[in-house]
Design a protein around this ligand. Sequence first.
Ligand code: ZN
Length: 162
Amino acid sequence: MSEIKNQNLTIQDDTVVSLEYTLQVEGEIVDSTGEDEHIQFIQGYGQIIPGLERQLYGMSSGESKEVNVPAEEAYGELDEDALGTVPLDEFPPDMPMEKGVALQLRDQDGESFDAYVESVGKKTVEINLNHPLAGKELFFSVKVLDLRPATEDEIAHGHVHD
Ligand code: ZN
């Protein structure tokens, strides 16, 4: 069985990239596609972390690379002021309340935003609006599994079609 691949194609804007990756933070694996699994995205559309996307340009199919992404090109610097307190009884009683649990909250205008449980008291919950990986440097091991040019439809829609 042979698969025809365009060996000359390298990652540039409007390339559909199939990528296998492992993400480590402070020496621990926090996310991974697993072996023979992958994510697929169109390069140049900000569909993945900016600092990772930037360092993929020029890679070819089959190529592996270690990519370090500083916090400012990943989930941003930690904002010490992005903390808040919410009464415990505003949360559904069946909700697991412990550090790191992701919440979706709404502000006065009805806009939803993400927050994370920082700590749980008797009557209040401290929430943190920073992403759990804010302020952290990310270490990716990536392998490009496949590349192809995006179709006109995909470029118009800004996402990959199966
Ligand atoms: Zn579409």
